[in-house]
Design a protein around this ligand. Structure first.
Ligand code: NAP
Length: 326
């Protein structure tokens, strides 16, 4: 599989990232890890490695910590594997009732960042994270406090590089102004059906801009500064690749049909074309795959064989936005 070096790092990673949200048995706090969860994680890890994927995305909240725990268990079965792969995790979202009586919230305090990383490392059974992302913006954050936590984690060898997720340009610039090292990633929802990142560029100077607030300058800022753009939910949770379209608008149904047409013409699965639409973007968007199924990982890997022409790229975009280009 194609590898790229993340700018401002010495991390050489696969063009596709294996997202680990589907491991560990879902979101129920009471679930206990079983042999079946371990088997699922082992098959997932083995298939990813077989395909050449060496980059794994976690968050401390996935499956209430069990995604990291079960990944750590199966990783430990392969001595020496840790040094061959790149692990990223996230912190900053806190569940309700942690501690009892508290609401769900975001927490970029020094104490929460540092203690969250210690717990992540414990669950994964590793001494270090390659990348730590702040998961969702905390309105009450202080740049100095985050910078202090990052500096301490780096000095202790617990985290090599830092980034963000779901942050707009202003938030990134604010945080960056406190940090000695460049932020290396911003993980955002980007896909054919969540195309605000593309829409923002062509909607400028139009009577009715058709993009969600917040996207202004994000892609260009990241390209200029070398911040890797990572796409979460790149397959719209299967909507364009055989999943449920019943609650989606006509434009999504038409786009699914067009994805299938381009896929059939090339003899590849629909996943390959839907992901190729992201891969074709010059910002070198890195899709974070969400499937936990080995067969779907294989289907996703075929995306690297697909080069969409400019005409195909725009026809998919036009179909997904449900109206012609301005
Ligand atoms: N930073 C953030 O805020 C954030 C938010 C969400 C996710 N993430 C990260 O991004 C990764 C990807 O997100 P995602 O899981 O939403 O990505 P996705 O690839 O768009 O969706 C994957 C999900 O859709 C299901 N799916 C795929 N194809 C399907 C089909 N044809 N029919 C029915 N279901 C289908 C998968 O089930 P199977 O497992 O059965 O294939 C899986 O549950 C996550 O693993 C996580 O690492 C980050």
């Amino acid at each position: 599989m194609e590898k790229i070096v993340i700018p401002n790092t010495n991390l050489r990673v696969s063009r596709l990232v294996a997202g680990c949200m589907g491991l560990g048995g879902g979101w129920d706090k009471g679930t206990v890890l079983t042999k079946e969860h371990e088997t699922q994680a082992r098959k997932f890890l083995d298939k990813a490695l077989e395909l050449g994927i060496n980059f794994f995305d976690h968050a401390n909240i996935y499956a209430v910590g069990r995604a990291e725990e079960v990944f750590g268990r199966v990783m430990s079965e392969q001595p020496g594997l840790r040094e061959k792969i790149v692990i990223q995790s996230k912190c900053g979202i806190r569940w309700a009732d942690d501690p009892p009586g508290s609401p769900q919230r975001f927490d970029f305090s020094y104490e929460n960042i540092v203690s969250a990383v210690d717990a992540i490392l414990r669950r994964l059974g590793t001494d270090y994270l390659d990348i730590l992302l702040l998961h969702r913006p905390d309105v009450l954050w202080e740049g100095e406090e985050v910078a202090r936590a990052f500096a301490e984690l780096k000095a202790a060898g617990k985290v090599k590089y830092f980034g963000v997720s779901n942050q707009n340009r202003a938030w990134m610039e604010y945080l960056q102004s406190f940090l000695p090292d460049p932020l290396v990633a911003n993980q955002l929802q980007m896909s054919l059906l969540h195309h605000g990142f593309a829409e923002v560029g062509i909607s400028f100077n139009q009577a009715a801009p058709g993009y969600p607030d917040g996207w202004e300058g994000v892609v260009e800022y990241c390209r200029l500064k070398g911040v890797s753009l990572q796409a979460w939910s790149p397959l719209d949770r299967g909507a364009l690749t055989g999943g449920d379209l019943s609650k989606l608008p006509e434009s999504a149904r038409k786009t699914a049909a067009l994805v299938k047409k381009y896929a059939d013409a090339r003899g590849v699965p629909a996943e390959a074309v839907a992901l190729a639409w992201l891969l074709r973007h010059p910002a070198k968007i890195v899709p974070i795959l969400g499937t936990s199924r080995p067969d779907r990982l294989e289907a996703c890997a075929k995306s690297l064989e697909v080069n969409l022409s400019r005409e195909e790229w725009y026809s998919l975009f036009e179909s997904a936005r449900g109206k012609a280009m301005p």
